[in-house]
Write a protein that binds this ligand. Structure first.
Ligand SMILES: [Zn+2]
Length: 533
C-alpha cells in the first residue's frame, strides 16, 4: 500500500502505536480524539500539519506524531526501518561532528569494516552470540545460490574487528590500538519505534586494544566521558553516568558503563555505553602481543557506542505540547527569519531579512530565511515552533521602518530565582541584532539545560521503603539501596517494570537494607532505578 498523504501516514502510525501502547498507557480515547481533530483539519493543510496530541495527554502518541510532522524521519518499506529526512539527518551530523572531534582529539582514528560477518566469527565468543542471537539478520542466499556459510549483517563489530586486530597486533609497540567506525548496524526489532528502536540505525563504535587492564579501564572511562560531555554540552541532556549492574551488561563485557537521561515522561534513556571487555574477546580472537620481556600476552579490549537514538533522547528531553524544542548547539537552524509583507513591501522586507541573515552567518549562526510566498506568516510561526527552532525573528514593513525586528523565543523557562519569565516577544534593534542574538542563543542553551536539570532533579527521589520506591518509579527514578541479587532485580522489574539503570559514578558511600528484600545492600552506594526505553 502506498499511503497517499502525510495524514494517512500519521493516522496509520497513530493506530499502530495505540495498539502497542493500549495496555501500557490505557488511554486510547485521547488519541482517537486527536485523530478526529486531524481529520477535521485535513482539508486545511495548516491545521492538520501543526497539531500534535499534547505531550501531557499521551506522551507516546505525541512522540510518534512529532517525529513525522517535524520531518525528522519517514517510514521505510521494511517494518522497523526508517528514512532519516534532511532535517533529522542534520541533527545527526551535528552530534556526529561534535563526537568525532572528541574521538580524534584523544588519538583515535576512523576506519571502516565490512557489513557482512561470517557466522563462525559471531559464535566464537559464547556470551556475545547468545546475547545477540534473537536480533540477528542472516544472509543465507546470494549470487543465485545457497552460501556455504551464513553471513550475519553486523549487529555490532567486536568480532570482525577482533579478528582484524589479531592480524594487526603482534608487538607491544602496536599498542594501544585506538579505532573507531561510523556505520549502520542491524538488530531485528519486534517492537520498533522511530529513532529509538529501529531495525537499522546509525552509530559509531569505538574498538580499542591495550597492553593491560588498567589502560583498558582508563580508555573505557575516557569514552564514557565523551558521551557525558556530548550529552550535557551539546544535546543538553543532564545525564547520570554510572556502571550497569551485572544483569544489564553488554553481551561479553566484564563491565559496562552508561549515561542515562530522563525523558519528560520520567522514563530513562540509555544514551551511550562503554564496555570493558577484559580479555574475553582477546582470548576468542587471539588478540595478543609480545611484551618487552618476550612473553606473549593477551590484550585487554574495550568497545563503546553512541547511536541515532540520541536524537530520540533530545526530542523527549526537551519537547513540549507544541512540538520540538532544540538546544541551539544542536539546532539545524538556530534562528529563522520570517519576512512579512505583501506587494511593494515584499521586496524591501525580504532584502532586509537576507541582509540580516548574511551578517548572522558571518558570525557562524545557523540561520534560515523562510521566504515561502504561498504560506501565511501564522503558518510559518507554527511550523518553526513545531520544529523546535530556538529563536524566530519576525520582520514586517513597520519593524523595518522602526529599524527593529521582533524576536520570539521558542521557550520561556526563567524561574523566579533568575528574575522570572521574560516577555514572549521583544523588539531588537536591527543594528545590534547580531551581538544580541549571540547572547540570546547562549542564554537559550543555558535555559534548556536548567529546565531539563530541574525536571530530572524533581523526579529523582531517594527511597528507603518499597511504597516510596513504587511511587518514585511511576513518575521518575528512585535512588535506592539494593542487595545486588539478580532474582531480586527481576522481581522489581516484574512488579514495577523498572530496572536498575546504573550505579552512579559520583554516588556517596552508603549501606543498609535492600529496598525490596531487606537483605544487606551491595555496591556500597545507592542504585538508580527507573522505567526505560
Ligand atoms: Zn534485594
Amino acid at each position: 500500500m502506498t499511503p497517499a498523504t502525510t495524514s494517512d501516514f500519521l493516522a496509520a502510525e497513530r493506530l499502530r502505536s495505540e495498539r502497542e501502547n493500549q495496555s501500557a498507557a490505557g488511554r486510547p480515547a485521547a488519541s482517537l480524539a486527536a485523530m478526529a481533530r486531524d481529520e477535521r483539519g485535513a482539508s486545511n493543510r495548516g491545521a492538520s500539519q501543526h497539531g500534535v496530541t499534547p505531550q501531557s495527554e499521551d506522551f507516546s502518541a505525541w512522540y510518534n506524531e512529532l517525529v513525522f510532522k517535524a520531518e525528522l524521519v519517514d517510514r521505510g518499506p521494511v517494518r522497523g526501518t526508517m528514512v532519516i529526512r534532511p532535517y533529522g539527518y542534520r541533527l545527526w551530523e551535528l552530534l556526529q561532528s561534535d563526537l568525532d572531534r572528541r574521538i580524534k582529539e584523544t588519538g583515535h582514528v576512523n576506519a571502516y569494516f565490512p557489513l557482512l560477518i561470517p557466522e563462525s566469527y559471531m559464535k566464537r565468543e559464547a556470551e556475545h552470540i547468545e546475547g545477540f542471537a534473537p536480533e540477528l539478520a542472516v544472509v543465507t542466499h546470494a549470487g543465485g545460490k545457497d552460501l556455504d556459510e551464513p553471513l550475519i549483517i553486523r549487529p555490532s563489530s567486536e568480532t570482525i574487528i577482533g579478528e582484524v586486530m589479531s592480524r594487526w597486533i603482534s608487538s607491544h609497540r602496536d599498542l594501544p590500538m585506538l579505532l573507531n567506525q561510523w556505520a549502520n548496524v542491524v538488530r531485528w526489532e519486534l517492537r520498533p519505534r522511530m529513532l529509538l528502536r529501529t531495525t537499522e540505525f546509525l552509530w559509531q563504535e569505538g574498538h580499542t586494544a591495550h597492553a593491560n587492564a588498567d589502560e583498558a579501564m582508563t580508555e573505557t572511562m575516557l569514552a564514557l566521558e565523551f558521551y557525558r560531555a556530548l550529552a550535557v554540552d551539546t544535546a543538553v541532556m543532564p545525564v547520570i553516568a554510572g556502571e550497569k549492574t551485572p544483569g544489564e551488561r553488554f553481551a561479553g563485557a566484564e563491565r559496562t558503563f552508561t549515561i542515562e537521561a530522563m525523558m519528560r515522561d520520567g522514563r530513562a534513556l540509555q544514551a551511550g555505553t562503554s564496555h570493558f571487555m577484559g580479555t574475553n574477546f582477546a582470548r576468542a580472537f587471539n588478540i595478543q602481543y609480545t611484551a618487552q620481556n618476550d612473553e606473549v600476552t593477551l590484550c585487554h579490549t574495550t568497545s563503546w557506542g553512541m547511536s541515532s537514538r540520541m536524537i530520540g533522547g533530545v526530542i523527549m528531553t526537551h519537547g513540549d505540547d507544541t512540538g520540538l524544542v532544540l538546544p541551539p548547539n544542536l539546532a539545524p537552524f538556530q534562528v529563522v527569519i520570517v519576512p512579512i509583507g505583501r506587494g511593494e513591501q515584499e521586496a524591501a522586507v525580504l532584502a532586509a531579512a537576507d541582509e540580516l541573515a548574511g551578517r548572522l552567518r558571518r558570525k557562524d549562526v545557523r540561520v534560515h530565511v523562510d521566504d515561502r510566498t504561498h504560506l501565511s506568516p501564522g503558518f510559518k510561526f507554527n511550523d518553526w515552533e513545531l520544529r523546535g527552532v530556538p529563536i524566530r525573528l519576525e520582520l514586517g514593513p513597520r519593524d523595518l521602518e522602526a529599524g527593529t525586528v521582533l524576536m520570539a523565543r521558542r521557550l520561556n523557562y526563567y524561574p523566579q530565582a533568575s528574575g522570572g519569565d521574560r516577555p514572549a516577544k521583544e523588539p531588537l534593534s536591527l543594528d545590534s541584532a547580531v551581538a544580541r542574538l549571540s547572547f540570546e542563543l547562549a542564554a537559550f542553551q543555558e535555559m534548556v539545560l536548567r529546565r531539563a536539570t530541574d525536571f530530572r532533579d524533581e523526579r529523582l527521589v531517594r527511597t528507603d521503603t518499597w511504597a516510596d520506591f513504587v511511587a518514585a518509579v511511576a513518575v521518575g527514578w528512585a535512588l535506592a539501596l539494593h542487595c545486588g541479587d539478580q532474582a531480586c532485580e527481576d522481581e522489581i522489574k516484574a512488579e514495577t517494570t523498572a530496572t536498575a539503570r546504573c550505579i552512579p559514578l559520583d554516588g556517596e558511600p552508603e549501606s543498609g537494607p535492600c529496598v525490596r528484600c531487606g537483605r544487606p545492600s551491595a555496591y556500597g552506594q545507592r542504585v538508580v532505578f527507573g522505567r526505560s526505553y
